[in-house]
Design a protein around this ligand. Structure first.
Ligand SMILES: Nc1ncnc2c1ncn2[C@@H]1O[C@H](COP(=O)(O)OP(=O)(O)O)[C@@H](O)[C@H]1O
Ligand SMILES: [Mg+2]
Length: 273
């Protein structure tokens, strides 16, 4: 029998170009996400992190280049192919994206009811198991409006896991959470990855959290990967752009001042009008 060796990278981004209108968001983007690892994709707001997430799930199609999932091109492909890819990718959106008129249990059960014909008893077992793994089994009857930000994100994670994805992508999972909730989410992302033997991609602008969590960090800026490596590698990179971002410096190659005329010129010009 032929043995089907799995490609070492679960996702490969190959020379991807993508524009919105006239603006190039990605201009020859290359990234490999190794199977089993937690990778962080970092970059300033507006660099295209969420856009990258949508290219991986086939929500958006690259203008040029390719995105491979498990060795196969994500887009363009048949509707069936795309559906298959999406079933294997769990996404945790920033706001949890819970359905506000369904309780916690029903939110987590939702993908199973939509995509499978499993009997109710099995659905109950799977949902309770996933809620238990995020520490919220007892909160199954709560409505989304009754949850804290951190709890809503944990319910979102339980729902993202319910279809047994191979890959889970988190979009800004730490934003707006208090430090304790951040700690809980950090631990959950790592545990979920290692216990279930899946692969994780964390899209974030939070440097400290990415350094604590990730095996591999990519820094993107102006449509390209400007640096990548382990957290330690990233701290030791000499490039001033990387230092500015990783150390959170206000000024550097990414200037504090919006580009324009000099202060003196502006005062003169403005006093004439
Ligand atoms: N639906 C859209 N239509 C037009 N431009 C968009 C749309 N969504 C995002 N953009 C633009 O694409 C760029 C990248 O956005 P995004 O991927 O959301 O960045 P990030 O997640 O890194 O903050 C931004 O300049 C943003 O203004
Ligand atoms: Mg974003």
């Amino acid at each position: 029998m032929l043995s089907h060796k799995k490609p070492p990278n679960i996702i490969e981004i190959q020379d991807v170009r993508y524009s919105r209108g006239k603006r190039a968001i990605f201009d020859g983007l290359n990234m490999n996400f190794p199977r089993g690892a937690v990778s962080a994709v970092m970059g300033p707001s507006g660099t295209g992190k969420t856009t990258l997430l949508n290219l991986i799930t086939g929500q958006l199609v690259p203008d040029d280049g390719a995105v491979l999932f498990d060795g196969k091109v994500v887009c363009p492909c048949s509707r069936h192919g795309l559906y298959n890819t999406r079933r294997q990718i769990g996404v945790l959106f920033q706001d949890g994206a819970l359905l506000t008129d369904l309780n916690v249990f029903e939110n987590v059960a939702f993908p199973l009811r939509e995509h499978t014909r499993l009997p109710e008893q099995l659905i109950r077992q799977i949902v309770l198991m996933r809620l238990n793994s995020v520490g919220l089994r007892a909160a199954w009857q709560r409505m989304p409006s009754e949850l804290s930000g951190g709890m809503a994100r944990r319910v979102g994670l339980a729902r993202a896991l319910v279809m047994d994805p191979k890959l889970i992508i988190y979009d800004e999972p730490f934003t707006g959470l208090d430090p304790i909730a951040v700690g809980v989410i950090l631990r959950l992302i790592r545990q979920t990855n290692d216990v279930l033997g899946i692969t994780s991609i964390v899209v974030t602008h939070d440097v400290a959290e990415a350094e604590m969590l990730a095996d591999l960090i990519f820094l993107i800026s102006e449509g390209k990967v400007v640096a990548s490596g382990s957290p330690l590698d990233m701290q030791q990179k000499a490039s001033s752009m990387v230092r500015q971002f990783m150390q959170g410096l206000a000024d550097g190659p990414v200037p504090f001042h919006y580009p324009g005329t000099s202060y003196a010129d502006q005062l003169q010009t403005m006093s004439r009008t």
